[in-house]
Each structure stands twice: as C-alpha cells, then as structure tokens.
Design a protein around this ligand. Sequence first.
Ligand code: CP
Ligand code: NVA
Length: 331
Amino acid sequence: MPTSLSGRDFLKLLDFTTPEIKYLLKLSRQFKNLKLTGTPHRYLEGKNIVLLFQKTSTRTRCSFEVGAMDLGMGVTYLDPGSSQIGTKESIEDTARVLERFYDGIEFRGFAQADVEALADNASVPVWNGLTTEWHPTQMLADILTVQEEFGEDVSGRTLVFMGDCKNNVARSLMVVCAKLGMNFVACGPEDCMPAADVIDACAPIFEEMGGTCKLTTDVTEGVTGADVVYTDVWVSMGEPDEVWGPRIAELTPYRVTSEVMALAKPEAIFLHCLPSFHDTNTAIGAQKAEQFGITEMEVTDEVFEGRQSRVFEEAENRMHTIKAVMYATLS
Ligand code: CP
Ligand code: NVA
C-alpha cells in the first residue's frame, strides 16, 4: 500500500515508521529538485497555515514560510509576544480557534506536552518546530544531508553526537538513527547523557533495524571511525543563564576540533543544526568570551569553515524537508 501521511501530526519521530521517514526523505529530494530547477509546485494553493513561536528562530521559521509560499499557501506568523496563547488563552482554546482558520499549525515552544495538547485539540495537522524534548523536522534535514554525501541507504553509517547529549537535537538524532539502522554514539560527560526515556524507547528499534547505540565519555572511543560528527550549542533555548559556567567547564573537552575530526573516517562530514558559537561574532559569543575567556564553544572555527563541514547544505535542507512534511500531511 502506498505511504500516506495525510492529516497526520508531526510531533516526534517515534510516531513514524521507517518507511514513513524514508518516504518523507524521498519527497524532500523531489521538492529540492523542483526548487533547484525552478519548477513551480504550488500544489496546496488555497490553503493557509499559522506559525506559533514561543522561542526565537531563523531556519525553522523561514523554512515553513518559504516552503508554504512555494506550495502556494498563505502564512501567518505569531511571535512570542503577539498572541494570547499562554497568557490570556489556554493552548486548548487556541487550538480550537486556529483550526477554524487554518489548514495546519506549526508550534515552537517549551514542553512537548504543549505541542501534544495543541494537536489533541486541533483537527488540522500540527507540526513540532522544536520543544525542550524533541526537534523532529531538524532530523529530516540532517539525514537528507547525510544521504547527499553517502547515498540513499544510510544504514550502517555511524553518527557521533558530541557535547550536550541530553538535549532535543541529540535525543531526536538517536531516534532517527535507530529508525534508519544507523549507529548512534552519544559522546559527552556523564551528566549530559540522554535520559532513560529515549534510550529505552530506542533500544528495541536499534535491535530490530540492526543499528547500535553507544554512550561514552571518551572522545577517542566515541569518534574513531565515525561517518558523521555532529554537535549543537552547549546551552539550549529556555535554560537558565546560570548553567553557562558549569556547562562550559564540563563540555570543553567535547568541543569538535580538527584533532577530533581526524579520529573520524577521512571522508567524514561535520554537521550542526545551527546557530553555532564557532567565533565571537555574536552578542552571546562575545559576552561569553569576556566572561569565561573562550573564543569558540562547541566547534572550532577551523572545523566549522573547513572542508568537512556541510552545515549550510544542512540548513538549506530544512526548507526542502519541511516542505515535504507540510505537503505529505496536508495533501
Ligand atoms: N536549527 C534550527 O532549528 O534553527 P532555528 O533555531 O534558527 O530555527
Ligand atoms: N538545542 C538547541 C537547538 C536549536 C536549534 C536549542 O534547543 O536551543
């Protein structure tokens, strides 16, 4: 039976089967081809979507907006301060209003329970644009980038996440690796390891799909032989300011440097969901440099700008993959 995701929410990758994830990746490649050849694809003309952001964004917002416009849809953007949600109106009531206006709802916020509540109360598809627990649209772009490098079949490839392995991106990477038969390595300090809920959920999937999952505090053990080295910021959106000091102290040994990349396969690539603190050309980067005396955080500028880095291809792929998610669920 052909795969159909019509009417489905996109809240976390654990909700999707391996064939469904592969279908979204295939659709993404087709949309990328249409975009790059300048072929119009206004397949969803007449529909409208709303984007609800309780946290800041560049890539996710722009991907939903451009993706929707390319598909012929209208878009409303609601920033953290300009709707009633959370302050004067509950998520449940907001959902029951927005479903009457819109064909789909994107939500970026804090608790996963919030996006789940939105989906439970809205009859239209709800897409998770990042919560504290998960960042599922990011993973599609990441794997599309891996496929572009190594071919469509990514099973057996090894992806190492370095640093804060308990965050939304690392958790989601563990799931997508499990679903696609890849090997996942979380490399970071003991107290930054993924929580038991995600490890337990992924264990039977790794078993079934033939991939492996390793948690290690040892950089050499973690990175040797990797195909993909991935990192993310050391402090995620919504975390308190006080965590910066301890996080910098415990995660500095897990910074992705040229020496770390040299442990991976010669053809390995470097990925980062972005934004990244690879220099001091940001307000926060400059502030932390002054406060803690470090000019680079999770990745050195050399690696970020180096030959193995695919971070801007990965960022572009957010647009093609988010377009695929919208098309698959709205058509
Ligand atoms: N990677 C990512 O989600 O980027 P934004 O925070 O800019 O959307
Ligand atoms: N872990 C990061 C990802 C940003 C795209 C955060 O939640 O801030």
